[in-house]
Design a protein around this ligand. Structure first.
Ligand SMILES: C[S@@+](CC[C@H](N)C(=O)[O-])C[C@H]1O[C@@H](n2cnc3c(N)ncnc32)[C@H](O)[C@@H]1O
Length: 522
């Protein structure tokens, strides 16, 4: 079921002009130039992922790295306009084009588009552009789908012009490439990447938004000062885009943006510097009274919470989760019920049994406020969760109790400390891993492999670090794990992000050796 799209936007295949800051004083410009000095590339970070895709496209086109050092390559001048045909969609959501033997990165474009772009920057390996307009659209482009007037400028979304089925297909390919490029694994050890599970809501799904604004260079806002731009970053710039609405946010957050902007405007003189505004949805339920219209047994009321220290409440089915508003919680409530699927059901070929019957024990590593413990823990003998955030752990305990999960205990600490406390038989234990974007630390993976749980369910918002970690597991002491499934869940429609889920079962090295050749690599 798709959410109705927001009202049609204005003309959408050109980049609209928004208020932009000037460059500031010469001193400030120098400071910004210094700030722009290249940062070290992060392992599995966006820069490395983009570089990997650029290298793949270069080899596919038979291009070599330029021999002459930049900038002596006769490149088009900065700010000049250039026509580019998009050849590939990178995993960072950018279109990649080739021109005179060089790769150009073009945001808001897809393969087959012919784009007019503005040259922004040349690097040794490639050039960065701003999207200007579509000269000739790809057959996959449908600009009538664009649901936001800031699309083509805001850095939040990349794919509003791409039909949803194509977005899901692209995300499956992102996972495929992540395992090809980052896992260092023999493809024979991996199953085919499953179809991406779509989000029931494709707009109005985000339950948390954090627009922000910059402060004056020194001394706080003076009385009567003009309101700064409040919103999200402009794609490719260190500059805030003034935003009055965000159609991927839930309805209550879309109203909340307007209220928050008014508040900042009226209270600007109280801000000493720029700020990030928290907008988080919270839900109250009451039983539907007799004769009251509606299909559910509950009536829900939504509220937009802006205080980081206040509590928010979310429901997933009949489960209730209370969290500190500023703490981590998944941002797309509509797809969370589907997370029962990877951990609680039997896979189509019967290789994966339900963990509610076997194994009997669950370790919820990086448990936050207890999402997986509570969704999956009900019929298990015992569950233990760990998270580094002590306040999340306090909420995990109270959430488990409030949802009648009586077999759970939680530990505040580094993920690897959990192994000191586990008294479960490893052959009857599943471990769910849901680390932050940087993936798991080696000490955690080493201890995991010492313990060797029967099943590992690895959930991740960065499929590149997830692929790297699976490589570490399967190429090392975890070589007796069979990978039953790898699949994306689209927690983030319209954006390039995808949540990856990988399911591993310990069958021992002998078990792996005796698998028929075609069991994996489907
Ligand atoms: C992606 S969130 C997942 C939370 C939870 N599974 C959920 O879905 O709501 C990652 C969690 O890892 C926690 N974390 C980060 N580094 C950690 C570490 N070294 N050890 C344990 N937990 C950590 C964060 O506090 C955060 O709650």
């Amino acid at each position: 079921m798709s959410a109705p799209l927001p009202p049609p936007p204005g003309p959408s295949n050109t980049r609209p002009q928004f208020r932009q800051h000037d460059g500031g004083s010469p001193r400030n410009q120098k400071r910004r130039r210094l700030e722009r000095a290249p940062k070290p590339v992060k392992e599995g970070g966006a820069e490395e992922v983009l570089q990997t895709d650029i290298s793949s496209l270069m080899s596919a086109l038979g291009l070599t790295r330029p021999e002459k050092p930049f900038p002596e390559q006769g490149l088009p001048p900065i700010s000049s306009e250039i026509e580019l045909t998009i050849k590939m969609l990178s995993s960072t959501g950018d279109g990649l084009a080739e021109h005179s033997g060089r790769i150009y990165v073009v945001p808001f474009s897809i393969p087959g588009d012919i784009i007019t772009a503005k040259v922004i920057r040349h690097t040794t390996t490639h050039s960065i552009t701003d999207f200007l307009s579509v000269k000739s659209p790809s057959q996959d482009r449908d600009d009538s789908l664009i649901g936001c007037k800031y699309f083509n400028t805001c850095s939040g979304c990349q794919f509003q012009m791409l039909p949803y089925a194509k977005q899901l297909e692209h995300k499956r390919n992102v996972i495929l490439k992540a395992y090809d490029n980052f896992s260092n694994l023999d493809p024979k050890l991996l199953p085919g990447i499953g179809d991406t599970v779509g989000s029931p809501l494709q707009y109005s799904y985000r339950t948390k938004l954090t627009p922000h604004f910059d402060g004056p260079r020194r001394g706080g806002f003076k009385a009567g000062a003009p309101t700064p731009d409040i919103g999200f970053m402009i794609k490719g710039r260190r500059q805030v885009l003034d935003i009055e609405d965000c159609p991927i946010g839930t309805d209550i957050l879309r109203k909340g943006i307007k209220t928050a902007r008014k508040y900042v405007e009226e209270n600007l003189h109280t801000y000493k510097r720029g700020a990030t505004i928290l907008l988080r949805e919270s839900t109250t339920r009451r039983p539907r009274e007799e004769g009251e219209e509606g299909n559910t047994k509950w009536v829900e009321e939504k509220e937009c919470i802006t205080d980081n220290n206040a509590q928010t409440t979310e429901y997933i089915g009949d489960y209730k989760f209370v969290n500190p508003a500023g703490a981590f919680f998944q941002n797309n409530n509509s797809i969370l019920p589907a997370l029962h699927y990877p951990v609680l059901t039997t896979s189509p070929d019967g290789t994966r049994t339900t963990i509610s019957t076997s194994p009997k024990y669950l370790v919820d590593a990086y448990c936050g406020s207890g999402l997986f413990t509570i969704l999956c823990g009900k019929n298990l003998t015992s569950v233990i969760g760990v998270d580094i955030a002590a306040d999340s752990i306090a909420y995990a305990s109270s959430n488990a109790a409030a949802n009648n999960i009586e077999n759970a205990r939680f530990i505040a600490g580094n993920a690897e400390t959990i192994f000191e406390s586990i008294d479960f038989p490893s052959t009857e234990t599943s471990v769910i891993i849901d680390p932050p974007r940087k993936g798991c630390d080696k000490p955690f993976l080493d201890q995991l492999l010492e313990f060797k749980p029967k099943r590992v369910v690895y959930v991740s918002c960065n499929v590149h670090t997830q692929a790297r970690d699976l490589g570490y597991i399967l190429n090392g002491k975890g070589s007796g794990y069979r990978v039953d499934e790898i699949r994306g869940f689209d927690f983030f429609p319209q954006t390039h992000h995808v949540e990856g889920v990988a399911i591993l079962t310990w069958i021992g090295e002998e078990g792996i050796a005796s698998l028929p050749e075609d069991v994996n690599n489907g």
